[in-house]
Design a protein around this ligand. Structure first.
Ligand SMILES: Cc1cc2nc3c(=O)[nH]c(=O)nc-3n(C[C@H](O)[C@H](O)[C@H](O)COP(=O)(O)O)c2cc1C
Length: 345
């Protein structure tokens, strides 16, 4: 018995059709790769369990497009063709569950846990990670632009349905976008056009190498929630430009390392805490928009969709806690999901 008809209605995203509107958001879980960064059966098992549970779209978290951009040591490496056979095996294990399966592409920039950090400007991250990043040269920027297209081509060759580019959470792309982390005086810094150039160049590279119709979602911040950072007004200005340049969906999140509102919000923050940002972005584009932030229950997910605040709902931790959450909800068991004490947390 399906009562959450909004959540369990299909959606078209570019050439891809997802059977429902639930996306398991990308999460860097720091296990399930070998010494080369190639994915293993452990990560496959973890993701296949979520696919079996009925999630319509699933992202492999935090795949590194370039060795300088690996955020944590235990994340998938996507920077050489050697990664393809293991990714293929993973796709084959997940495919039978009729899930749209994608990879999130990221470069950590100054928010990486190693000593070869690079960034638009030599400004350390405001919190969590220590060390001054090396300022990227224009040649190095070109190499990184190309690394996004190459990684997408590898994911496509492995059989994935889509990729999501991580332009949020204070990582490299977000560092280019935000005035407080980009002091460059060349064509990649200063004006809005210059700060968004890196993002648009890598999107064009992806389209050129993976094909114009290979679905590409973009995760952006609706707010950095930090002094001098990216704001909702910036996001509203950028979103239609991203659509025009071939984005197939926008996933609107928030926060950077050290921000006032945490990207991974605590249990004291209200449910659906970043959905108002997705709702605002939805007013300025026609492509699907994904909302996120402490969406714990299928009922809330369905309500967000019903009220037209987002087209897709992303869940992170709720799907770690209960991989079977979607199937249980579809069967009418709305007691599923993680509930602490009185059901409100
Ligand atoms: C362990 C963990 C790792 C995460 N790693 C990523 C990541 O690699 N990329 C990303 O965009 N977001 C990452 N996030 C953020 C989630 O995708 C999500 O936006 C956030 O957890 C809020 O959603 P939730 O309240 O449903 O968990 C991570 C979150 C967690 C809990």
């Amino acid at each position: 018995m399906t009562i959450l008809k909004h959540l369990f209605s299909p959606i078209q995203i570019g050439r891809m059709t997802a059977k429902n509107r639930l996306l398991m958001s990308a999460m860097s879980i720091n296990f399930g790769v070998d010494e080369n960064g190639y994915v293993t059966d452990q990560l496959t098992g973890y993701l296949a369990a979520r696919a079996r549970g009925g999630t319509g779209m699933i992202l492999v978290g935090g795949g590194g497009v370039h060795p300088t951009g690996l955020e944590l040591p235990g994340l998938p490496a996507l920077w050489d063709d050697g990664c393809i056979p293991a990714l293929k095996k993973m796709v084959e294990a997940v495919k039978p569950f009729d899930t749209c399966f994608g990879v999130q592409l990221m470069h950590g920039g100054r928010q990486s846990y190693h000593d070869r950090k690079v960034a638009p400007s030599p400004i350390p991250a405001p919190a969590v990670v220590k060390g001054i990043p090396k300022e990227l040269t224009v040649e190095e920027i070109a190499e990184l632009v190309a690394s996004f297209g190459d990684a997408t081509r590898r994911c496509r060759d492995a059989g994935f349905d889509f990729v999501e580019v991580h332009g949020a959470h204070g990582y490299l792309i977000n560092q280019f976008l935000s005035p407080n982390s980009n002091y460059r005086e060349d064509q990649y810094g200063g004006s809005f056009e210059n700060r968004t150039r890196f993002f648009l160049e890598l999107l064009a590279d992806i389209k050129a190498k993976a094909g114009a119709d290979f679905p590409v979602g973009l995760r952006i911040n609706g707010e950095d929630y930090i002094d001098g950072g990216w704001t909702l007004n910036d996001a509203l200005r950028l979103a239609p430009i991203l659509e025009k340049n071939g984005a197939d969906y926008l996933h609107v999140s928030a926060g950077v390392y050290g921000s006032k509102q945490l990207t991974i919000p605590s249990m004291y923050v209200e449910h659906g805490c970043f959905v108002h940002l997705a709702e605002a972005v939805k007013q300025v584009v026609t492509i699907p928009v994904v909302g996120v932030g402490r969406i714990k229950s299928p009922e809330l997910a369905d309500r967000i969709l019903k009220e037209g605040r987002a087209d897709v709902v992303a869940m992170g931790r709720a799907l770690i806690a209960d991989p079977m959450l979607p199937e249980k909800a579809r069967a009418g068991n709305l007691k599923c999901g993680s509930r602490v004490f009185d059901g409100r947390r």
